[in-house]
Every structure is written in C-alpha cells, then in structure tokens.
Design a protein around this ligand. Sequence first.
Ligand SMILES: [Zn+2]
Length: 513
Amino acid sequence: MKKSLTAVLAFGLGLGPELAILCSAADLNPRSSDQSLNQSPDRRASDQHSANGVGRPSSNIHHEGSPRPAAMLCVACIRAHMEFLASDGLRGRGSGTADELIAATYAASELRAYSVEPAGTNGGYLQPANLVRYKFTAAPRLKIAESASVPAVSLTYGPDFQVIQLGRPAFSGPLVKLNADDEGTEIEAGAVVLFTGTDKVQMRQRALAAAALGAAGALVAFSGEPERFESVSKELPKLPPELEEASADDLGESSNVLELSAEAARILQQVPEGTMLHFEGAVAAESGHTWNAVGMLRGSDPKLRESAVLFSAHIDHLGIGTPVNGDDIYNGADDDASGVSAVLELARMLGTGTRPRRTVIFAFFGSEETGGLGSTYFRQHPPVPLRQIAADLEFEMIGRPDPALPHGDLWLSGWARSNLGPELAAHGAHLVGDPHTGQNFFARSDNFVLAKKGVVAQTLSSYGLHGDYHQPSDDLAHIDFKHLDEAIGSFMRPLQWLVNSSFTPEWNEGGRP
Ligand SMILES: [Zn+2]
C-alpha cells in the first residue's frame, strides 16, 4: 500500500511538530500491513499477525509506558466516519431506532480500537435508556374550569384548536393573558399563557418562547381571518417520546403550544385570568429505547484526573421521512455525523497518544432530535459525578463553513457566558462567538441539558443557516471536507492543552442558565 502524506501544512495552522502532520488512514490504520514509521515494531508484528487472520490475544499491543505514536490528524479516518454514518445504509439514524443503535455500536467499536475504556452500562460502551412513547387514542381536549363570568367549557382538538407543538399528553395551569405586540413581558412559570395580537408569525414565536421559558402551555389567539382547522387536524397530534425514568425536572422542559380557532379565542378572551385550564386526552403507551455510546480515558495525573473534560456529539438524526425530490432518507451528514466524526477523531488522537493528565470522556448521544433524551439520561447516569465534569464541548454541524466566518473556523454558542471560548482561542483555536445570536443555539443542543445542571457546556459549530438543515439534502454531497478537516485540525492543539491543564472554566456573571 502506498504511503501518502496528503495536504501537509495546507492549513497553515501553525501547529507544533507533534501535531503538524496530516496523514491518510494508510499511515495509521493498525490493520494496514504498511510498515509505517508511526508504529512501534511490536505493534507492526502484531498487526501483521492479525492481518493473517490468526486471532491470537494481542498481548503485545499498547504496553503501558511504551512510546505511543505522535498525534496526527487522520483525514481519511474523518472521511470514513462520515461515509458510514451519513450513508443511505444507516437510513438517517432515526432517534431511538435500530439505525441509531448501529451508529452507537459503530462509535463504541471505534472507541475500543482507540484504547478508550468503556464507560457505559454494565462495563460496556453502550448506555441504553428506556423510553415511553405515548399516542393519543382520541382527540385531546382543552378544559376551562368554571369561573364567575363563564361556565365550564371543553374545547376539542380539530374544530376548536390545533397543535403547533406538544411535549406532553397533558398540561394544566392558571390562565395568563398577554398581548404579543407588547415587548418583553415576563413569563410566569407554570402558567398557561394566552397570546393575542395581530401579527401571526410574531404570536407563534412569542408563544414558543414562552413555552421554552417555563410556561406550562401557550395559546395563540389570532384576531385576523377565522381559522379552519378540520383539514389540518384529521390526524391526532403526535407526542415526542419520554425517558421512562424522567424526573419532574426533565418533564418541566416540555413545550406545549396550541393555536385557537376564532370562536375558541373569543371564549377564552372572556375567561378571567387565574382560571385553571387543563389539556388532556386518552393515550396508549408503548415502550422503546435510545442508545448512547460512552468511553473514557482516566487521567494520568492523580490529582487532575478528578477533573474531567467531556467531548460530545449526537449520533441520531431524523431517519426516514417525507420524501423531498424523491429522497426520503434524512442522512444528517452535517447534523450531526460531522460532530460525531470530530469526537471520534479526538478519541483516536487522545486514546492512541500520550495519556492526558485529566480524565477525558467521549459521549455520543441518542435521541437529541426528539428532545435531548440521550444527554438527559447521561446526565442522570454520568460515568463520573457531574460536578467533576469541568467542561463539555458539544460538536454540532461543523461539516460546512459558516459564510459569516473564515473558512475552517468555528463559533461557540453562548460565547459570553463563560471564559472557556476565549481561553481556547487564546490557545490557538480558530474560534469566535456565535454570529447568529437571535437563533438561541446555546439552548438548542445537548450542551444545554448539562449546562442547566451547572456544567460549563457549550456547542462548537459552523452552521451558517444553510437551506439543507433537517432536509434529505443534508447529505455527503454537501459536506466541505476541507473545512471539516481544518476545523478539527485547528482544535487538536488547544484541546490537547485543555485535557492536560488545570484550567477550570467558569460561568461569567449571569452566564449560567
Ligand atoms: Zn444536531
């Protein structure tokens, strides 16, 4: 096999000699019979042995204390991960499906190859979580309790309201009324907020924001044209899966938004504030699973190993869905095969290089797309106590450059919330603050699940609001591999520093969510 050194120094990253070499998989793949200079004689002998198909126990692989190969970026490895994970063969890695399990098993298998220790359930890499999927068996209702001015009323899904978003099969709370045209009104936690107004788009946005900010539910009452909902509500509303052992805390994160018909809106406007509203419907429950893959390198420094750094990405995507231009596979190449490939490459570099002084955890989360379920389960079952996780960097959508940034650069969500981003940039990472602040990306990925429990957790991305987001066209053909390699390459040295330093990132004043 021909040894090829591709694109050496193409990045101009200014990396030190230990990191500057960029190579193809032929230089690194232990299954290769190429006598690479990067492998010890022991390793080569053993590899040739296994290449001959003799399954002898590999006692001569990875002696502790024996020199390990220098850390190098493997562009062919990154491409190989992408080509497997985003292939049509994985059918879009639908959340909580057998395809997600294959993706998690792949990540687990790679971790094994990199000498990263298992940190999932029962001594393995996989961390399965039980899910419950609820299905309505009849049209749900919104019940208005009796008040001084209005008798009890029961509104029905279909003629009286439709669902914009539903996180739970039931919710209830006291009625609060807000005008969506008024700026900056505070949302009362646990309330059901009725939004009135004239701009329908703005009302929907305000309602979704209120639900995200802790309202039990939000209702949109548009005062324009009367709505006809029958046609759009022939099917019963869908419900996202929940973790079987969800705590009240996790369920409080659900988002429920309904849109009222003109008649239902008229009724609710007459109901006094404080009246209790109950949304409910008959449901059937089905059980299911989602899977994380988790690995760990225990730190080499007896003191620093108590402080862990977590690198994470989500393995799931949208699976098979509504066809667009004849394509029904939502490959999720950028979202988030790109992030998974980055974390796998980090695991390979750190697992096969000198052991970091700090503990490093690699986590691949399932069911991110259906509400951060895998990361929530991980948060409930972390391999080290949560308070020992000094930082989490989630890699999300780094497969295409953001036109707002130089090619190869990444942005960090919630930049100003902590001192982590500036510190990584000071150590050479090509990293800036999120240029799309209106999108609230800080709260839109798995990092948020951990940040809410205090972990300094932020997302690295170069998502530039491209039109293939959550479309079947988010596929390999749209990945910019040069950008992806540059982005990962620029982080190798700063992250090497992070996993060997005693720097503990902190939230800035008011930055902790
Ligand atoms: Zn994503």
